[in-house]
Design a protein around this ligand. Sequence first.
Ligand code: CAA
Length: 695
Amino acid sequence: MAAINDVADLSNEGDIAVLTLNSPPVNALSAGVREGIHTGIEKAIADDSVKAIVLICDGRTFIAGADITEFGKAPKGPSLFDAQKMIEDAPKPVVAAIHGTALGGGLEVALTCHYRVAVPSARCGLPEVNLGLLPGAGGTQRLPRIVGPEKAVQMVTSGVPMPAKQCAEVGLVDELAGEDSLRADAIAFASKIVAEGRPLKKVRDSNEKVEAARGKPEIFDNIRKAIARKTRGFLAPEYNIQCIEAAVNLPFDEGIKVEQKLFMELMTGPQSAAQRHVFFAERQVWKIPGIAKDIEQIPVKKVGIIGAGTMGGGISMNFVNAGIPVVIVERDQAPLDKGLGVIRKNYERTASKGRITAADVETRMGLLSGDTDMKALADCDLIIEAVFENMDVKQDIFKQLDEICKPGAILATNTSALNIDEIASVTKRPEAVIGLHFFSPANVMRLLEVVRADKTSDAVIATSMAIAKKIGKIAALVGVCPGFVGNRILAQRQREANKLIMEGAMPWDVDRVLFDFGLPMGPFAMSDLAGLDLGWRKETSNPDGVLRDRLVELERRGQKTGKGFYDYDENRTATPSKEVEDIIIEFSEKTQHTRRDVSDDEILERCVYPMINEGFKILEEGKAIRASDIDIVWINGYGWPVYRGGPMFYGQQIGLDKVLAKMQEFEKAHGPEFKPSALLERMVAEGKSYAEMGF
Ligand code: CAA
């Protein structure tokens, strides 16, 4: 075997040259890999004894795409286009041998090969849209020439890779190899091509499928309509569609020019920068400094949940879905039966939509049991308490758990508001106590805040993170403080939203600005959805002094009563309420506010900048490990738009100096709640980034 460079080797098997790439972890198209392909293919072409070339990868996968870490840096070595040209113009057949995933630039390389073989477990796709990009190495022009524009547009807008067997059906893969014999089978395939004298198939020259789609704009209109809601605010899906349209309507080289232009626009724009940030943030968030990767974890074979309410039920479903048996404990039989009944109904609804089978429903319910005796938790490895938020009740439960649970079990609380150190303090094993803050609906929302208390052990933290991954969550490790990370930041926005409507804005103004910013809904629409009477009590209600209390007393409890901040029709479509408007004006007067015009910019800055500032305070106090973890919390728990990268990334993108200046201005005008964080001030003074500050 002859080394081409650090990451590429060339060897001859008879008259077949095998070019092997080995650049862990995912054989991304770094400068070295591009050079390896370029030079390796060039050498194999020059070698007269070689009749065909196999391009294969070592390690876990075929090329998984461009090297995202190189984006934005000065290009080095041969470009991807140079490497592709070397392959496509080779005078001998080049066969891509695919295992793992051929993604993005990886599939684009395979598409310049004359043939493709793959193991059945492989997947091929163009996921660039997830990075706010489009396939910029000919993918949008070549893919539709094989799979047809309709399938191609669906692939590039969803980013979902296609399993190899399906690839073989649509011609993206020419032959399936044995799962464990890819190299040998690819070599045999290449020999067959040579023996049969098959032509050098260049995808770029195959025009039938794109020509057949000319004059059929409905292909593109349909997909635009189908994805409109899901892709609101994102640029990349539309740009991807335009590229496939170009493939249909223009000659190949012209189509490539469109692809290049739109690719560069996305690549240099703010959305892709944000989405690339999120890609890495999602991977960073699992890494816990100071805890060894190989620390011994606590095997979690059975989970106990205390409380069969909405949270307890939702949390249980996560574990059952992952095949882990759960026992739910409730004080009385009736609420227990009710809770179990709700879970069954949820599963049956999912089955009726065809997402799981009827047998799955029974399997999952079979993993679930209920009990009214806490002793049923004795053999559980992880117990999660999900009862209502009351310190005395929770402390009482944890005292009992301390007595009942086996040594080594993890004792978790799902509190969103209480101090976990105080809960842990009543046990003789505070090292076993941790917060697992699920978001509602707990079986749907991806975020889990794993809350480390003062004495929580490393093994308990590591196990909690691992179990979160197992049940399909994205977990961020945070510290104990009021609201932890997510709700603590939310409180800032809520406070300002409430103040803004007293100063002159209306709830629908605030909601519109935040919706247009990209959030799924504004704070007032959110209150209506959740119910204004959440936590409201008649005994303490103050309808003359508290707006919310007045609305509840007027039966404006939110969507469920057909009116809240908004009026709702039978389809739950919201319209601004004149009644609410009048009450707000009355409250403004009562609180001595002279109502004024509040601009959309002010609404956005007043709501969002204090959130960013609070993020800095959280970092300063060590309650989050890194700025990007805060972004993960807000994207996955509160619907912060991915294309804005999370509040901390957004702050840096618009300029921390600008955020600081506004906070100072607001502090003067509106008071101390806008006091800038010391960390923010320091970073601006020193001109440093999060990474430079170790966050
Ligand atoms: N560039 C650089 N690093 C990458 C990478 C890429 N394209 N893809 C993955 N990595 C890194 C990850 O950051 C991670 O690094 P750490 O271990 O340091 O955290 C490591 O590789 C392993 O990745 P995962 O943890 O994600 O491993 P996995 O086995 O769960 O998944 C994968 C593997 C399916 C390939 C997944 O990593 C993935 O989806 N990667 C991105 C694929 C992609 O989007 N490709 C398109 C790139 S853009 C492009 O190609 C533009 C173009 O048209 C030229």
